[in-house]
Write a protein that binds this ligand. Structure first.
Ligand code: CUA
Length: 365
């Protein structure tokens, strides 16, 4: 009986250890890719080992005493009892306080350091948490379209390497405002976290939090919402694509352009469908989405101006690759069926309408 219980316990422990293994973990705080994440790791490691030392000393002491004074056969009498040891008690009160005070010095120092003002040449981006995807608005004066609107992208935040980025975090989508039919989403608390670049920061309705970070190397870094925010919290993912200086300049130049009219007949039909109300009062894509250079300018859903750009590698909370045409079709057919609770309505699109819309979306580079 006892052996069985022990082996079950051992098996559970083994499963727990194995569950921690991942051959290609892309979201490890222990593998920092920028100075903010590096500073956080440099604080975490010594605090971790301090905690390990405390754990071993305290737990070791408990186990040692439990074993040494356990009840043995033929020795049934109580060991000598004692009460109170002033020196010991003062010692184990002061020692933890000293340990905490020592740990506090670098911790508070880093908190202040990460809350510093951004460098003069920092890139400013407002991050907006919706249910359940992330939108990004570039707020620097030179980051505007030819129509003088700030550049906006969804799902994938694109930044240059080695440049400080100052994020302003907002829970957006707005409350339902009477005179603004486009503000129909819900404000809830999210948390923005890309472990290899920076630690978590809450995204709270009614206030603006900040993250200051930069990335050392070009590449794609994954992140996700880290605060329960409703049904699809676990699928509120995002990517941060870091570009070299040359790629960044090209990206910005392209983003400033609007979506062009397509020469392809199917795509033109899709554009027609997108820009106008659907038949039988089924609604319109333009009720929620914006496409630069067109009349579509709503902000309740992701900005689709460059939906098919290489950098926009995933959509709908980064749950699907943009290049996955079947996933895109399934999403248009019935968003709720693939992402329960999705705010995008099911417009009862026909297969022909879906084909045309997909053709149009893929012209939006
Ligand atoms: Cu947004 Cu969890």
């Amino acid at each position: 009986m006892r052996n069985k219980a022990l082996s079950v316990l051992g098996l559970l422990a083994l499963m727990l250890v194995l569950a921690a293994c991942a051959p290609n973990a892309t979201q490890s705080s222990l593998d920092p890719a920028g100075p903010t994440a590096q500073a956080e790791k440099d604080l975490f490691v010594p605090v971790f080992w301090t905690a390990v030392a405390v754990f071993v000393i305290v737990e070791g002491g408990i186990v040692l005493i439990a074993v040494k004074y356990r009840r043995k056969k033929g020795r049934d009498r109580m060991p000598p009892q004692m009460h109170g040891n002033t020196r010991l008690e003062i010692g184990w009160t002061i020692l933890p306080a000293v340990v905490l005070a020592v740990v506090m010095v670098p911790t508070v120092g880093l908190i202040w350091d990460l809350a510093r003002a951004p460098a003069p040449d920092a890139l400013h981006v407002t991050v907006k948490g919706y249910q359940w995807w992330w939108g990004y608005q570039y707020t620097d004066q030179d980051m505007v379209t030819s129509a003088d609107k700030p550049l906006e992208v969804a799902d994938v935040l694109v930044i240059p390497e080695d440049r400080e980025v100052y994020l302003s975090l907002e829970s957006d989508g707005g409350l339902i405002v009477n005179d603004d039919p486009y503000k129909t989403d819900y404000q809830v608390i999210h948390s923005f976290w890309a472990p290899r670049l920076f630690g978590k920061q809450d995204v709270v309705p009614g206030r603006t939090n900040h993250i200051l970070f930069s990335a050392d190397e070009p590449g794609v870094y994954t992140g996700q919402c880290a605060e329960f925010c409703g049904l699809e919290h676990a699928r509120m993912k995002f990517r941060i694509e870091v570009l070299s200086a040359a790629d960044w300049a090209a990206w910005v130049a392209n983003e400033k352009l609007g979506g062009a009219d397509s020469a392809d007949a199917l795509a033109a039909k899709g554009q027609e469908l997108f820009m106008n109300p659907l038949s039988d009062g089924r609604g319109s894509c333009t009720a929620c989405h914006a496409i630069g250079g067109t009349d579509a300018g709503a902000i309740a859903g992701p900005n689709l101006t460059h939906f098919a750009a290489d950098t926009h590698s995933c959509f709908a909370g980064c749950n699907w690759e943009t290049s996955d045409i079947e996933a895109l079709k399934a999403w248009l057919r019935d968003p709720e069926a693939v992402k329960l609770g999705a705010k995008m309505p099911n417009y009862q699109l026909t297969d022909d309408e879906i084909d045309a819309l997909v053709a149009y979306l893929y012209t939006l580079k």
